[in-house]
Design a protein around this ligand. Structure first.
Ligand SMILES: *Cc1c(COP(=O)(O)O)cnc(C)c1O
Length: 419
């Protein structure tokens, strides 16, 4: 394979992040003074605990007995046949307990909290997916869970609010500003500042101040490690390309990190939403600039005042105006190609996977799948691995109400191909 990057990735995972949490020009921790000791405590605890045999074996047991790992690798033969000769393989994170990859890092964060003697997990949530995963971890470890959520989101995401409450979490409504994710982040930080001695803040993606981008990568790497071994067992070779959707970047970094040092093309797929205008997409790497928000430095979408810009995607898990600092760095290094797909392309992939494989994917995962379809149509690669990050039950009602059962999307797209 022709390499489009110069760097050698043999020692990459050891070299990055640096001790102060930098990935090249990005990362770090830009914290209010009061929180510096709290994050230092998390950093130091993680550095020792993550090497302990007890921690590692307990996490392995949880993954096997509670989460149902390893999740399968699946060769989507009928889907592949629609687009030519490229073979599409799916890493089935939708079959992970709670229906998405997010539980991989939430169980890691919960176990760390337990080792640190913390009594409470704190987070914010937008669509409620992270809140549900963290509430699950809190129930498992027998600790309290405070989930900060904008009032607008609470109304929109009623089923996830019910799930969190059933699992024993306290959902704390945030009623100022736009009453959505941004305000919830601020409120969760404030809540954490008041009780960081007894609580731990659990970030929901490979974002935030150091050490979170590193910890989330470590906890999600199980996806890539499993997929690589499964792919080799199934086919005898490695895939030509690995594809994942990028919101904050946790499912993507999890699968990418196992392939960085292999002759495999890697693609991160952002949400192009309705189009290229500011506020119409969430393609932070595609359109963003360097900047600091939510206490870390990365590439972000800014409005004309330099504030985080409004973002949009049909997939609520992708609408974040920045991206994990490691993705910004991997872009700089040229190791990962970041590209984007629109709402319509994601919907087409969604309906095709339902109809041709009997799998209802999350809209976020449908972005990765849509890119695999594009790669197949362009005959770019022979075999591609897609991280199917989650299942689509959460999206079904919205999709059916707005787009029906997909007749329009299941028809041949460009008039040049039958499906
Ligand atoms: C939250 C979510 C994403 C996006 O988050 P990342 O941190 O970028 O992985 C993708 N897929 C699913 C199913 C999600 O719930």
């Amino acid at each position: 394979m022709k390499k489009n990057y110069d760097a050698d990735f043999k020692t990459y995972l050891k070299d990055y992040p640096t001790a102060d949490g930098r990935f090249g020009q990005y990362g770090g921790a830009y914290l209010p003074d009061e929180l510096v000791p709290a994050f230092k405590e998390i950093s130091e605890a993680y550095r020792t605990i993550c090497h302990s045999a007890k921690f590692i074996s307990e996490l392995r047991r949880i993954r096997r007995d509670f989460q149902g790992r390893p999740t399968p690798l699946y060769h989507a033969e009928r889907l592949s046949r629609l687009f030519g000769t490229t073979q599409i393989y799916l890493k089935r994170e939708d079959l992970n307990h709670t229906g998405a990859h997010k539980l991989n890092h939430c169980m890691g964060e919960g176990l760390l909290a337990k080792y640190m003697g913390k009594k409470k997990l704190i987070c914010e949530t937008g669509a409620g997916q992270h809140g549900v995963a963290l509430a699950t971890a809190a129930a498992y470890f027998g600790v309290e869970c405070d989930v900060y959520m904008g009032e607008v989101d609470i109304e929109k995401q009623a089923p996830n609010v019910s799930r969190m409450k059933l699992l024993g979490a306290k959902v704390i409504p945030v009623g100022h500003g736009l009453k959505t994710l941004k305000e919830a982040v601020d409120a969760a930080f404030e809540g954490y500042m008041k009780e960081y001695k007894d609580a731990i803040y659990c970030i929901g993606s490979a974002v935030g101040p150091h050490p979170f981008p590193m910890m989330i990568r470590d906890f999600q790497m199980v996806v890539g490690v499993e997929a690589k071994e499964q792919f080799l067992n199934m086919t005898g070779i490695l895939p030509d390309a690995v594809i994942a959707s990028v919101g904050g970047g946790s499912n993507a970094i999890g699968v990418f990190s196992a392939f960085l040092d292999e002759p495999v093309e890697i693609y991160g797929v952002e949400a192009m939403g309705r189009g290229a205008g500011l506020g119409d997409n969430a393609a932070s790497i595609t359109f963003g600039k360097k900047g600091i928000m939510h206490a870390f430095e990365s590439i972000m979408l800014k409005d004309k005042n330099g504030e985080p810009a409004p973002v949009y995607s049909i997939a609520s898990g992708l609408d974040y105006p920045s991206v994990g600092p490691e993705h910004a760095h991997l872009k700089d290094l040229g190791r990962v190609v970041y590209d984007s797909v629109t709402d319509d392309e994601a919907l087409t992939a969604f309906y095709k996977l339902c109809r041709h494989e009997g799998i209802i994917p999350a809209l976020e995962s449908s972005h990765a799948l849509a890119y695999a379809i594009r790669v197949a149509e362009e005959k770019r690669h022979d075999a591609v691995l897609v991280n199917l990050s989650g299942r689509g039950d959460k999206d079904m009602d919205y999709i059916i109400e707005n787009y029906g059962y997909g007749e329009k999307f299941l028809k041949n797209q460009n008039g040049n191909r039958l499906s």
